[in-house]
Structure formats: structure tokens, C-alpha cells
Design a protein around this ligand. Structure first.
Ligand SMILES: Nc1ncnc2c1ncn2[C@@H]1O[C@H](COP(=O)(O)OP(=O)(O)OP(=O)(O)O)[C@@H](O)[C@H]1O
Ligand SMILES: [Mg+2]
Length: 374
């Protein structure tokens, strides 16, 4: 551990070394990425957070020409060139992404001129902030807005349909009694009754979706929920070659949540995964704790538990991926398309997040994040 003690008399060389180490420690401790570029365009400093964001190690970065190393990131290079030329500070919190890690990381960037005491411009400092979580949260808010409008519409419609439907069912039940057991009409009446019951089920789900029920919060053991669902589902598909794999972190404590709602959530996700797979496949359920997951910019970092339900089915085509949360979006002949809408609502009510990732042809992964402490 480095300690600078002002006032202690040291040799000037030693003092200089301490000072250098001190500043290096300060820069390394900054949570945002910091890259310093000299007037010759070469990188002189790159802290660990910048390493993580860009995917370039300090060894790769130090001494490298900035515009060569970041040749893919034209916006970043343009910002740096402008600051070096004009000596002004430039920020861009919207348009910059970094690709070198193999994935696209959205970043908020500020580029400051590096000015010596004499006023001479000797380079530039770039600060990079990974805003992946902020982008995810913005998308979740947009999604929630869309769903709440649709939910209100659907609820209105459901109310309108509910009463006439009751009338149809009642009349069909009366008719059923009128026909003799041999009558062909009896079968038709039963079809009417069965189908009205199916519509009634959809309407009940829709109404529940739109009118929030107060959560019944209590301590919930997530692994028990997952274990119970998997046990039952294994039985339901004994005639198929589906492997059920569980990677559950035993250190996850009970969370405060609604047991019934979470059962519904994971049952929906696991049934969807099973529906997606053919006669054989592999369903993997994983749980782990994410420490310091930042839900919003202003909120304190909170510990979240992540539960993933992954399958190796056909996946979801990119054009469908954004529609799967929409009520009634289904690609199944017998599906209602309400399952994931309900899942989304349950997770939002628990102040969590849900996301879907899919690699068409290789499978789909749903990740649910729930706060460990409410
Ligand atoms: N694991 C998965 N793999 C592939 N596609 C999926 C998966 N999960 C969901 N989907 C797609 O998303 C659609 C919507 O799912 P959702 O659960 O909302 O409705 P559903 O399963 O079709 O009907 P239900 O209301 O009975 O659940 C599905 O029809 C399917 O196309
Ligand atoms: Mg479903």
C-alpha cells in the first residue's frame, strides 16, 4: 500500500518516485476509463478501467499510436484529433461505441486537452464510461411504456368481451341439456363451451396483466422454485431426450419476493424453452450473484441475483426478438402469446430486469435479474 506522508524529508529522486507512484495509483483507481495521449499521438497512459472497456491491455496500448489502435472507432479518433488541434474539451454521450472487445460497448466519452503549466498543449486525456447498463435500462423503460399502453387497451377489450362471452357459455350450457345423448348437435355445443372456456382463460390472464394484484412478499428460496418446476417438467417430457442441467450457486440466500409469481415466471420461461426444443436438447438453468450491479445511474449499486434459462433450440429470429414481450405475439399454433408479457410484468413488479438473447440456429437465453434485498 502506497503512503505519501507530506512533510517527511526524502531524497528528491525518491520523492519523485513516490509522487509518480501516487499519481499512477490515483489514475488506476478511477472507475472510468482514462487514456492519455501525447502530442505525437501516442498513448502514454491507460488505466485498468480503460483496459476493460477497450479490450486492449496496458502493454498493448502504451506507446501505440491512438488512431491506429482505435482505427475502427472513427468518432473517438475524430474527437481526439479535434481536441489536439483546437485545445477544446469535447464530450459525446450518445454516439460512441467501442468494438475491440468483440462486443459493442456503448461509451460516454469526454476528451480534455492536456495543458502544461506554461499553457502549452501537450496532448489529450480521454475518459470513457461504459454505459451498457444505462442503455439496457432505457430500453427496458421504453418496453415498459409500450406494454402499459397495450395492457390498458387489452384490458378494456377484455372487459367488453367478458360479459357477452358469459352469455354465450350460459346459452350453450342450456342447449347442451336440451339435446339427447345421441344427438350430433351435442358435440357442437360442447365445442362451443370448450372454446368459450379457452377465450375465458385468455381474458382472465389479460385482466390480471392489466390490473395489478398486490405482491405477497415473503422469503423465497429460488432454488426450491426452480427445482420443483424442473422436477415436474422432466416428468412431462420423459418421452423426449431432453437433458436438464443446473448450475446453481449454493450461496444465494432467500430473497424477498412473491413465491407464486416467481413460480409462474420461471414456469413460463422453462416451458417456452421446452416448447422450442425438438425431441432432444439441453436446457440449462444457472443462478449466480452479481455484486455491485448498477440498476440506474443515481441508485446505489445493489446486489442482484441472475437466473438464466437457456436452451439449444432453434433460437428467435432477430426480427421477432423485439416483439416477444408484446401481448399476443406467438409463433405457436396453440399459444396465447401472453406468457412473456406476464413474465415481464412479474419481473418489473419485483424491481428486476429480464432480457432475451438469441443466436438463431443455436439457442436462446433468458436472463432474469432480481434484487437480493428489496
Ligand atoms: N426459448 C425460446 N426459444 C424460441 N422461441 C421462443 C422462446 N421463448 C419464447 N419464444 C418465442 O416467443 C413467443 C412468445 O412467447 P410467449 O411465452 O409470450 O407466448 P407463447 O409461448 O407463444 O404462448 P403462451 O402465452 O401460451 O406462453 C413464442 O411464441 C416463441 O415464438
Ligand atoms: Mg409461453
Amino acid at each position: 500500500m502506497l503512503r505519501i506522508q507530506p512533510g517527511v524529508n526524502m531524497q528528491s529522486e525518491q520523492q519523485q518516485k513516490y509522487r509518480d507512484d501516487y499519481y499512477a495509483t490515483v489514475i488506476d483507481s478511477v472507475g472510468d476509463g482514462v487514456i492519455v495521449v501525447g502530442s505525437n499521438g501516442r498513448i502514454t497512459l491507460c488505466n485498468p478501467a480503460a483496459e476493460q472497456i477497450t479490450g486492449f491491455s496496458q502493454r498493448q496500448a502504451k506507446g501505440a499510436e491512438f488512431d491506429k489502435l482505435f482505427s475502427l472507432e472513427t468518432t473517438l479518433v475524430e474527437m481526439l484529433t479535434k481536441t489536439m488541434r483546437t485545445g477544446i474539451t469535447i464530450s459525446d454521450h450518445e454516439n460512441v461505441v467501442v468494438r475491440s472487445t468483440g462486443k459493442i460497448t456503448p461509451v460516454a466519452v469526454t476528451c480534455y486537452p492536456l495543458v502544461e503549466g506554461s499553457g502549452e498543449n501537450i496532448g489529450a486525456i480521454l475518459t470513457l464510461k461504459d454505459i451498457t447498463y444505462i442503455r439496457e435500462l432505457e430500453a427496458a423503460v421504453r418496453q415498459a411504456d409500450r406494454l402499459s399502453t397495450l395492457g390498458t387497451l387489452a384490458a378494456g377489450l377484455a372487459h367488453e368481451v367478458k360479459n357477452p362471452l358469459g352469455g354465450i357459455k350460459g346459452a350453450a350450457q342450456l342447449l347442451e341439456r336440451e339435446f339427447s345423448p345421441e344427438s350430433e348437435m351435442l358435440e357442437y355445443t360442447r365445442v362451443v363451451i370448450r372454446e368459450t372456456e379457452r377465450i375465458d382463460h385468455i381474458i382472465r390472464e389479460l385482466l390480471e396483466l392489466a390490473s395489478p394484484r398486490a405482491l405477497q412478499i415473503g422469503p423465497v428460496n429460488l432454488h426450491r422454485i426452480l427445482g420443483d418446476i424442473l422436477l415436474l417438467q422432466k416428468q412431462a417430457v420423459v418421452d423426449r431426450q431432453i437433458a436438464f442441467v443446473q448450475h446453481l450457486d449454493p450461496s444465494i440466500p432467500e430473497i424477498m419476493a412473491d413465491y407464486e409469481m416467481l413460480t409462474r415466471l420461471f414456469l413460463n420461461l422453462i416451458c417456452n424453452a421446452i416448447d422450442a426444443m425438438g425431441v432432444d436438447g439441453r436446457l440449462t438453468v444457472t443462478s449466480r450473484v452479481l455484486s455491485d450491479y448498477r440498476m440506474t445511474q443515481n441508485q446505489r449499486n445493489s446486489r442482484m441475483v441472475a437466473i438464466e434459462v437457456a436452451d439449444d433450440g432453434p433460437g428467435i429470429p432477430p426480427e421477432d426478438l423485439e416483439n416477444i414481450w408484446t401481448p399476443f405475439f406467438t409463433t405457436k399454433s396453440g399459444g396465447t402469446g401472453l406468457g412473456l408479457t406476464i413474465c415481464h410484468k412479474i419481473v418489473s413488479e419485483h424491481r428486476g430486469m429480464i432480457k432475451a438473447e438469441s443466436d438463431p440456429g443455436h439457442g436462446t437465453k433468458f436472463t432474469v435479474l432480481l434484487p437480493l434485498v428489496r
